[in-house]
Ligand binder design. Structure first.
Ligand code: B16
Ligand code: MG
Length: 216
């Protein structure tokens, strides 16, 4: 029997990718770089600074800014992103998420968050689901981002289970790779992308039952 769940945030619990996209697109435009939705796919699950580096490289401007200037650019993007989240509430939970979390709580199955987002605690609070999670891994404490397994290993440890006893949920390829490298069972959640390496892929969490999953 599996003993705990580790969730990515953006794309699994809620869809904040659209707000990241607006904020990055506006910042990139100010720098004379045009990004589109296809490029935005490559930013999913990637940290804020790594996302900025990718955008600058895409616009051949990777050597145009000092570290301090890059930090200011990332901060500017984040300020716009946070403003776009102002109206986020329970209605923005992805389908099936609330029901799944309730089922897990009823069975006392511990849950943790493994998200690259430094905004995760605030987002979960706005969504009204913060109390379902025993721990949120602080991305500031990580040496490496996804696809490195570090964030998933830390998430399992934080809820006192071994990685092999955990099930990880992800919408991004880098995340599935991290979950598998951590030795967990990987559930991919995507309607459109084929998540290579996932042990199970569903279009949404409405297709999942806690009871059945625990026996995989
Ligand atoms: P922040 P996840 C990731 O969330 C997003 O997918 C990614 O686009 C974003 O750059 C990253 O969080 C950092 O977010 O700027 O809020 O710290 O998918 O790992 O939950
Ligand atoms: Mg994600």
């Amino acid at each position: 029997m599996k003993k705990g769940f580790v969730f990515d945030l953006d794309g699994v619990i809620t869809d904040t990718a659209k707000f990241h996209y607006i904020a990055w697109k506006n910042l990139a435009a100010e720098l004379g770089i045009t990004i589109n939705e296809t490029f935005n796919e490559t930013l999913k699950g990637i940290s804020r600074m790594d996302s900025l580096e990718k955008i600058l490289a895409y616009g051949h401007k990777e050597n145009d800014f000092t570290t301090e200037e890059k930090e200011a650019l990332a901060q500017k993007k984040n300020e716009e992103y946070v403003k776009l989240l102002a109206d986020l509430s329970e209605k923005d939970l992805l389908p099936g998420v609330h029901n799944f979390l309730v089922q897990a709580k009823e069975r006392s199955i511990p849950c943790a968050i493994a998200s690259a987002s430094k905004n995760a605690p605030m987002i979960l609070e706005k969504l009204g689901v913060l109390d379902f999670f025993g721990h949120i891994v602080d991305p500031e404490t990580l040496k490496k981002g996804k696809p490195d397994p570090e964030i998933f290993v830390k998430a399992a440890e934080s809820i006192k289970i071994e990685s092999k006893d955990a099930i990880g949920f992800e919408d991004a390829q880098a995340g599935i790779e991290g979950i598998k490298a951590a030795g967990m069972y990987a559930v991919g959640i995507s309607e459109t992308e084929n998540l290579a390496g996932a042990d199970l892929q569903v279009a949404s969490m409405t297709e999942l039952s806690v009871e059945k999953l625990l026996t995989v």
